[in-house]
Ligand binder design. Structure first.
Ligand SMILES: Cc1ncc(COP(=O)(O)O)c(C=O)c1O
Length: 399
């Protein structure tokens, strides 16, 4: 087992060693770390729902009514009324015929990609797609073609270079090989948005199945927060909408929304759906209560987008490169791995918690601080954060 010491030492040498930061108490715009209150700018709890009183109450009453565990996988005896209710609510929120729950967004991506695609099929995947998409592609055994980030011409060239034989029949029916294009809606480490209009054109032109990972867009993007499809007015052109309940929804779990027959297929084929105990009642009830709030509006998205503009303007005015962010995820470019760690530590000392993101999560030389904004940040939170960023940025000669 000496290799463990060697590999850990190497990670430390390269500035790539990772440690857990323990949050004391609940998740909010400010959290306690090591007994100190700090401003949290590293959470995907974008709408602040993870500790919303209405949602906490729903979870507690679900435990009282339905107990703590579901006892079995969905296809054995773990499908409770609450699972069905949440799936119907997700389908209605995403404006699709049907939806299916997974135990996380990660397992949703594994399950859907490895059941829809197999040997002989080809998956076209944006280079900056989330790791769970890559893992799902690898698990499927399909040929994986990664195209440069958001580069539509390169995607088309790749598709043309990959002719399928026998000719693809839409849906891959009766032995036909499939093409599938998969993209994040909002990219998780860059905060930019997929060029969905152009991707839809290519999917139609080349008879490819289109899958969008809406993990960061659900609850955030589009007039009613329904996600990337709503934002572009293209919901009906997406064959597979994948998402998570663990970010803006503030709860836990993953899902896939789409046509009824897609969901029927996944129930029968997706191994990460079939071979695991289903989500517990309290988690399901939290998600339902959160969707109630998101559908009601409650001004949360307006507050979020206002905070996003304020922080982006502030960071840009100081002189930081925010890497073309178009969303609540705002990368602050640093470049060097060690400097990213140093800046994150300096900010924490100042009372601002922002994680440095390093390879392999992002490419070499593109280390950054990944700032995420919440609807519940106050103006004072953002002003304090900006002052700390300016101080740390100047000290490290980034600005
Ligand atoms: C784009 C994207 N897809 C999928 C996931 C996985 O979702 P979950 O955290 O629910 O497993 C994440 C986040 O972790 C993500 O950023």
């Amino acid at each position: 087992m000496d290799f463990i010491d060697d590999e850990l030492a190497e990670l430390k040498r390269e500035g790539l060693y990772r440690e857990l930061k323990i949050i004391e108490g609940e998740q909010g715009n400010r959290v306690r770390i090591g007994g100190r209150e700090v401003i949290l700018l590293s959470s995907n709890n974008y709408l602040g729902l993870a500790s919303h009183p209405e949602i906490k109450k729903a979870a507690v009453s679900a435990i009282e009514k339905f107990g703590c565990g579901s006892g079995a996988s969905r296809l054995i005896s773990g499908s409770m009324e609450l699972h069905k209710e949440l799936e119907e609510r997700i389908a209605s929120f995403k404006k699709t015929e049907s939806a299916i729950l997974f135990n996380s967004g990660y397992t949703a991506n594994l399950g859907v990609l490895s059941s829809i695609c197999g040997k002989g099929d080809v998956i076209f995947c944006d280079k900056l797609n989330h790791a769970s998409i890559i893992d799902g592609c690898l698990l499927s055994g399909a040929e994986l073609k990664r195209y440069p980030h958001k580069d539509i011409d390169a995607l088309e060239r790749l598709i043309k270079l990959t002719p399928l034989s026998p000719p693809y029949i839409r849906g891959g029916a009766r032995g036909g090989k499939k093409r599938l294009i998969v993209t994040d809606g909002i990219f998780s480490m860059d905060g930019d948005i997929a060029p969905l209009k152009e991707i839809v054109v290519l999917a139609k032109r080349y008879s490819a199945i289109l899958m969008v990972d809406d993990a960061h867009a659900t609850g955030v993007l589009g007039k009613d927060g329904r996600g990337t499809g709503e934002y572009f007015g293209l919901n009906d052109s997406i064959d597979i909408i994948m998402g998570t309940l663990s970010k803006a929804v503030g709860s836990f779990g993953g899902f896939v929304a789409g046509r009824k027959k897609l969901i029927e297929f996944l129930i029968n084929k997706a191994r990460s759906f079939i071979y695991t105990t289903s989500l517990p009642p309290s988690v399901i009830a939290s998600s339902i209560a959160a969707i109630d709030i998101i559908e009601r509006g409650d001004n949360l998205r307006d507050l979020l987008w206002k905070n996003v503009s304020y922080l982006k303007d502030g960071l840009t005015n100081i002189g930081f490169d925010i890497m073309g962010s178009e969303s609540q995820i705002i990368p602050v470019f640093v470049g060097d791995t060690h400097r990213a760690v140093e800046m994150s530590q300096m900010l924490l000392k100042e009372g601002v918690f922002v994680q440095g993101i390093r390879p392999p999560t992002v490419p070499q030389g593109k280390s950054r601080l990944r700032v995420t904004v919440m609807a519940t940040h106050s103006k004072a939170d953002l002003d304090t954060a900006l002052a700390s960023f300016e101080k740390a940025g100047k000290k490290l000669e980034i600005v």
